[in-house]
Design a protein around this ligand. Structure first.
Ligand SMILES: Nc1ncnc2c1ncn2[C@@H]1O[C@H](COP(=O)(O)OP(=O)(O)O)[C@@H](O)[C@H]1O
Ligand SMILES: [Mg+2]
Length: 251
């Protein structure tokens, strides 16, 4: 089982959105997927409920929730042992806690979504530093997951500020406390996620692939062009491929 965990010490960066997008891409590909919601807002659990109500859910996606750090880790370990789920997506609250430490020990990839602004970038560096420092706290640092920042909510035509922040982020921002070499660069995924209305619709209505099918069924009565949904699903599909490639690379 591959485990992708969304972590950012700051709320509102896109953790739950990317979790929904990855689940949508997995479902559309026919991957056995599941999720764990560890945020007290229960964003992901509630989304699954809305999706089911709108008939845009897939019953074989298993959803779990807990606020308890040990229980969260045990859910992942148990599911891994059972072997029924191939891709497991974990959504977390926007802070740094014992929960995040424990989840990191059972994840394959930690994704830190950031929006292209200077303050988001510095929060991502803080989150990257947290993973970096964790190496000193675990018995076998080689077992720690890969870490990547994912730039989210980029306009289709990035503004000058966005472009500058992205360049700056790629250039030479270092992770580490400066005192303990070797320092490392903040690792950023080479694909940015666009700001899309389709992601807001996904939040209201469910899995992207199921929404596309529903739209097509309704098309006779009310014309709805599913192109925007298709573009979003294609973006998430590519994003999922990128994440899985990193997991394989760093295994
Ligand atoms: N790529 C995107 N396109 C459009 N809206 C987005 C995008 N990413 C996030 N949002 C919106 O931003 C808000 C915060 O995103 P969310 O995923 O809930 O963040 P987090 O889980 O990190 O707190 C939500 O209203 C969400 O719909
Ligand atoms: Mg969230």
């Amino acid at each position: 089982m591959r485990v992708i965990t969304l972590i950012n010490q700051k709320g509102g960066a896109g953790k739950s959105t990317i979790a929904r997008g990855l689940l949508s891409a997995a479902e559309a590909r026919g991957i056995n997927a599941g999720f764990l919601d560890t945020d007290k807002t229960e964003n992901l659990v509630q989304w699954a409920g809305r999706a089911a109500e709108a008939d845009n859910w897939a019953e074989d996606i298993a959803g779990f929730k807990t606020l308890n750090p040990e229980e969260a880790r045990d859910i992942v370990l148990d599911l891994d042992e059972e072997g029924d789920i191939d891709l497991f997506i974990v959504d977390t609250p926007g802070d740094a806690s014992e929960l995040h430490d424990l989840l990191a020990t059972v994840s394959d990839l930690v994704l830190c979504p950031i929006q292209p602004s200077t303050s988001d970038l510095s929060t991502a560096i803080g989150t990257a530093n947290w993973m970096y420092r964790m190496r000193a706290r675990v018995d076998d640092p080689s077992q720690l997951p890969a870490f990547r920042a994912a730039i989210n909510r980029v306009g289709s035509k990035p503004t000058k500020t966005e472009a500058r922040v992205m360049l700056y982020a790629r250039a030479n921002k270092l992770v580490g406390d400066g005192a303990a070499p070797p320092e490392e660069k903040l690792r950023i995924l080479p694909r940015y996620i666009q700001q899309r209305d389709a992601y807001r619709r996904m939040d209201e209505e469910g899995l992207l692939g199921r929404m596309i099918s529903s739209d097509q069924r309704r098309k006779e009565q009310f014309f709805k062009n599913p192109k925007h949904l298709r573009d979003a699903l294609a973006e998430m599909d590519e994003f999922l491929s990128l994440c899985l490639a990193i997991v394989e690379e760093e295994k």
